[in-house]
Design a protein around this ligand. Sequence first.
Ligand code: 5AD
Ligand code: SF4
Length: 443
Amino acid sequence: MKLYYIETYGCQMNIADSELVAGILQKEGYVQAGCMDDADVIFLNTCAIREHAEKKIHSRLGVLNKLKQNNPAMVLGILGCMAQHVKDDILENKPYVDFVLGPDTYRRIPQLLRRHKELQTSIVDTRLSRFEVYEDLFPSRREGINAWVSIMRGCDKFCTFCIVPFTRGRERSRPLKSICNEIEKAVDKGYVEITLLGQNVNSYYFGSARFPDLLDAVAKIPGVQRVRFTSPHPKDVDDDMLFVMRDNNNLCKSIHLPLQSGSDHVLKRMSRTYNQNEFLALVTRIKEILPGCSLTTDIIVGFPGETGADFEETLKIMKIVKFDSAFTFKYSSRQGTKAAEFNDQISETEKQVRLEALITLQSQHTLFNNSREIGNSLKVLVEKESKKDSNKWAGRTDTNKWVIFPKGHTRIKEFVDIKITSAHGVSLFGIPELNLESTYAVI
Ligand code: 5AD
Ligand code: SF4
């Protein structure tokens, strides 16, 4: 019996890809190892989006090199975005790496493992495909509430800061029928929430089916209780998508809308294809059609040429929109992208100052929005035990906010009405509606 171990870095797309690779290996008779030290095959599924992500992998490889010295028969492979990006470096400087495989090569893994066994040489395959969507392969998912379902791969937007179009190649979508089949199987296995994934999820297009058609079809699959999707591009959000979200209760009222910058000058140099006014008009439209819909975002500080005034524009847009939460990043220069060639790079110190200002402002907005929920009763899907208190559950609202509450008689995968009593940090706290009377009696 051969054992495998996959360590995953980066975005949800990588989590889904690791589950796909696990499915492929299990079909070949491999079994998941309990820990890395026991494994015959170790894959690191890597991310190249920022320098920091790559550094983490390099230091991890140092540890694995030592592991391999103790167990030379162990096979070590690099998968994913970084494979595509740094294959030469890995081949020249890290001869103990047996495989370097890009994100479109996973179907060939069984054949490549056999070839490696015969030839005992390193194998590199980072070819990108215009067609590969793995529509006929079934991932081996971790048990839980949520099933990640990849609906499209790659990106054609070429934002000037982003390495993804180079590491993951051209945009391609998966047949609607194969997506629905996979979701039906996931529901049969007990998953109650489906998250549709793609680098540019809402530019989905297969035959005559666009993203709103897919959303509608997925919402109508019996047993699908919640549907989320990530990450959309603001340019591809249209009324049809919003109407379908409005008309289906199980499509969660939560949209991740990456702003990246609030300055028209910076947005143009980023090639984001929208300006400040267009972004704000879109936010207004979303709130019109989906009142109460939560909005989250991604923002980059210190993009080349970003002046103090540009940064103020970002803060201004944040203050107008008041996002529910934000992923905030310091710009990281990625070799091969257009922005890496811009000669007006911003100092690390300035980036840090701007990042801290952004984080402070966002935490005020998160708390402001969450505090407005105090006194409301929200429907929460019970997901897991609270990390801080084993007597409490943690679950999410439709709008993707975490709520912590006493377990009472409720169970995982149940929907519970929670009366919100307070908001701290990024979470809400409350009491199950049914328990209210007895709780007050005790008080
Ligand atoms: N530097 C910093 N952040 C980046 N992102 C993408 N590329 C870079 C980069 N070079 C951020 C964007 C994107 C998120 C997934 O990562 O905000 O939306
Ligand atoms: Fe990167 Fe832009 Fe494509 Fe998103 S839309 S993956 S930020 S190039």
